[in-house]
Design a protein around this ligand. Structure first.
Ligand code: CMP
Length: 139
């Protein structure tokens, strides 16, 4: 299986609960290498740009308001089969439907406050990493 990159975002709900360390430790246990990591607070424009693919969805405004509520942690990850493995580790978008032991099941509260974001394809993994990190930042 080929080495891939994927973007993790620890969302405002999880940062507010102090779950950054637990989530990062889990990702390392799962064999991901951390290529880049930083904490920031998204502006409304940055949130809308990141989630532009969802702009026609009824939850778009709610999603952008939530993502700008307080700081997030963005992490560029690398691993064999990173996109699929990360999605398995975080679980379904709705924590109520996520498998036991997944990050969203453990730490998510609802479909909007679901603790972490994950890239949905290899192409989007690369695009999303480059939304937050310059190439020379990833080591
Ligand atoms: P994420 O992986 O960040 O990608 C898009 C996000 O939209 C998703 O996680 C959810 O948090 C959010 N989302 C999806 N469906 C809904 C919904 N019905 N209501 C609110 N937020 C949603």
């Amino acid at each position: 299986m080929a080495t891939q990159r994927t973007l993790s975002i620890i969302k405002p709900d999880a940062v507010e609960k102090g779950l950054q360390g637990a989530i990062i430790a889990r990702l390392q246990e799962e064999g991901f290498s951390i290529l880049g990591l930083r904490q920031l607070r998204l502006t409304r424009q940055q949130a809308e740009g990141f989630y532009a693919v969802h702009k026609e969805r009824p939850f778009f405004q709610e999603l952008c308001a939530f993502m700008t509520r307080s700081p997030i942690v963005v992490i560029a990850l690398e691993r064999d089969d990173a996109v699929q493995h990360y999605r398995k580790v975080i679980g379904a978008t709705d924590p109520a439907k996520a498998e036991a032991g997944t990050i969203r099941k453990l730490y998510g509260a609802s479909v909007s406050e679901n603790a972490v974001h994950g890239s949905d394809s290899e192409e989007n993994g690369r695009i999303e990493c480059s939304y937050f990190f310059a190439g020379f930042d990833l080591v």
